[in-house]
Design a binder for this molecule. Sequence first.
Ligand code: SAH
Ligand code: SF4
Length: 413
Amino acid sequence: MAPQLDIARSNPNAPALDGQETGGADAARPRRINVVGLTRAQLADELKALGLPEKQIRMRVNQLWNGIYNRGLKSFEGITSLSKELRAQLNERYEIARPEVVEELVSVDGTRKWLMRLAPEKPGMPGPEIETVYIPEEGRGTLCISSQVGCTLTCTFCHTGTQKLVRNLTPGEIVGQLLVARDSLNEWPESADQPRIRNSDDRMVTNIVMMGMGEPLYNFENVRDALNIVSDGEGLQLSKRRITLSTSGVVPEIPRAGEEIGCMLAISLHAPNDEVRNQLVPLNKKYPIEELLDACRQYPGLRNAQRITFEYVMLKDVNDSVEDAKALVRLLKGIPAKINLIPFNPWPGSPYECSDWAQIEKFADVVNRAGYASPVRTPRGRDIMAACGQLKSETVKKRASEKLKERKEAAEA
Ligand code: SAH
Ligand code: SF4
């Protein structure tokens, strides 16, 4: 599914396919290029390379776009606005592919988690896995999307941070997570006469948060291209105000995120001073709080109606005192902000405890009195390890436990 996307990205005309098609046996045939995640310009280049006349390209891109993103089709066959010949030609070289769903778990609170397998690095190897989470709430449904397999950063309270970076996700794999969620939630129109997804009022996925595995600003171009497809009026049609990108504070990329993506921003702050933040988010040593907040103040479109969310994980006796709360509100003074207090979600071997509920309430009181509304995020999907910071590839977990077993066996031998 995916490596061919890389070919498409570095060379949208995919010359690797040329001259290889007479090979006969299927195994010798080049893999098809996934069109999911190609930008409009890249898709147009592909169609040009197929020999379509210039004046048709725009219309054909729109027809394909409509089939893939508005109707959720998985093959070109159903895009009947394209001629039969063109559909066959497309089918030869391209595919409309999603990550493979390995497992779908549903929590007692309705939260869903999909374990998805991506294309392997090398043929014959198992593909890496990612997790995507859907959180239904009154009047909205939020999809939490991953941007990387693992993470290069090592925030000490985060499960993903214990997993090394395996690789960045391609735009197709990022957009593919939304396509899979819509497949599973039955959110596509039933027929071609009903060309749009539902009205925003009765949609299942109304919001997207880039808060799954990985640091989205360390995979900037791919995240940007994917989110621009997700928010495209003819694409997946989610307004940029309903898309939130969460970063641990990659300061140099924040202005670009504003200019080239223009979505809502969330900052994983987690501490009211550099001393504590250095321990929790080691990236703070490179980009300390003052620089981070300066970048926030300059974020385009920042105003009261479009505030930045500051996330703050509640860790017992680490960052949860009333003094910390006071320091936090002082720190954010003057920035149009929302504060989101996240009760710490434990994971096997995690070195912290969640703050006591009474302490979270005391902390929230200070925050509330400073004018920030209902800031505590209810933990969702803990029973299926789908809550914030609990995501980690199943294969890696298994591999780690297998290694442990092997080591034990070796020690016993
Ligand atoms: N890498 C990005 C986005 C993914 S993490 C970032 O760090 O912002 C999404 C959010 O979950 C972040 O605010 C992160 O700090 C928080 N988080 C990570 N581990 C957590 C845990 N164990 N409990 C609660 N929140 C956690
Ligand atoms: Fe990476 Fe975000 Fe986890 Fe930090 S909190 S390790 S940046 S995923």
